[in-house]
Unconditional design. Structure first.
Length: 257
C-alpha cells in the first residue's frame, strides 16, 4: 500500500506487499524489496536498494548523497539486505566514486535512532548501532558487532566480529574480533565474554580466545612474537583464534590495545 501523499519516482521498483507511508519520497532508480515497510516522512535516495521485509521508521534518510567533498554527483548507491530495522532520524549515505561507489549493508541489522553510516562503509549481518552511534567513511564492521550509543568511529577503521564497543567510545584504530573496547580513545578490556556466551560459544573456544588475548595484548612479547607463539601453540587450529590473528595481520591503521 502506497499512501496518496507519498512521492514515488516512476523508475523506482517496488516489490509486492511494500508499504510506503504519508509524505515519504522514493527517488529514481530505487528498488524496494517485497514486504518492506516504510513509515511516514522517510527519504529513500536514488539508486538505493532495500532488501525484503525491512522496516524504515519515520524521518529516516536512506541513500542520500554522501557528506564528502570528493563527491561530484556521480551515480553511486547504497545496497541493503533483508530484515534490517532503521529507526527514527537514522542517516545512511551512498558511496563515493573514489571509495568504490557503494555503501553495503548486510542482513538483520538494527540502526537505532540518530545513528549514522557514512559513505563507502561495509556492514555485515546482525550488527547493532545504538542511539547516536556514528560511522565515518570507509569503515568495515564484521558480523554481530555491537556499537554503543554516542560512539564515534574514525574513517577506514575496522571492527571485528562479536566485538562490543561501549557507549561514548572513540575509535581511531581497528578493534579486534571478540573483544570489549571502551574509552574516549578506545582501549581493550578483555574478551566480550557475555556476548560470546549469549551466542553459545563453547568453553574451549572461550579459553582459547582468553589465552590469545593475554598473549597478544597483556604479555611482554612483541606483536610478531606473540602471534608466532599462538600460531604454533595448542589453540592454533581454533577457527576463532585463526580469524583473530588474520584480522590483526591485515590491519592497516593499527590495533587498539
Amino acid at each position: 500500500m502506497i499512501h496518496a501523499t507519498a512521492i514515488v519516482d516512476p523508475t523506482a521498483e517496488v516489490g509486492d506487499g511494500v508499504e510506503i507511508g504519508p509524505y515519504s519520497i522514493i527517488q529514481k532508480g530505487a528498488r524496494i524489496g517485497k514486504g518492506t515497510r516504510i513509515g511516514p516522512h522517510v527519504f529513500i535516495g536514488e539508486w538505493t536498494q532495500l532488501g525484503e521485509r525491512c522496516q524504515i521508521f519515520q524521518f529516516a534518510s536512506v541513500g542520500e548523497a554522501p557528506q564528502a567533498l570528493a563527491y561530484k554527483g556521480e551515480k553511486t548507491s547504497l545496497r541493503m539486505g533483508d530484515q534490517n530495522i532503521v529507526r527514527e532520524f537514522v542517516t545512511l549515505n551512498r558511496g563515493t566514486a573514489p571509495g568504490g561507489g557503494e555503501t553495503a549493508i548486510g542482513h538483520g541489522n538494527l540502526f537505532m535512532a540518530y545513528s549514522h553510516v557514512a559513505h563507502d562503509c561495509t556492514i555485515g549481518n546482525r550488527v547493532i548501532l545504538a542511539n547516536g552511534a556514528t560511522l565515518a567513511g570507509h569503515i568495515m564492521i564484521e558480523d554481530h558487532a555491537i556499537i554503543g550509543g554516542l560512539s564515534a568511529i574514525h574513517q577506514f577503521c575496522r571492527i571485528g566480529t562479536h566485538a562490543f564497543i561501549s557507549g561514548m567510545t572513540g575509535i581511531t584504530l581497528d578493534v579486534p574480533p571478540y573483544m570489549l573496547a571502551s574509552g574516549s580513545r578506545a582501549k581493550l578490556f578483555g574478551l566480550n565474554t557475555v556476548g560470546l556466551k549469549r551466542f553459545k560459544f563453547p568453553e574451549t573456544t572461550l579459553r582459547a580466545l582468553k589465552k590469545a588475548y593475554r598473549v597478544i595484548f597483556r604479555s611482554s612479547l612483541t606483536l610478531e612474537k606473540a602471534m608466532k607463539q599462538l600460531r604454533e601453540g595448542e589453540f592454533s587450529q581454533v577457527p576463532e583464534v585463526q580469524h583473530l590473528l588474520q584480522f590483526i595481520q591485515q590491519s592497516k591503521r593499527g590495533i587498539s590495545r
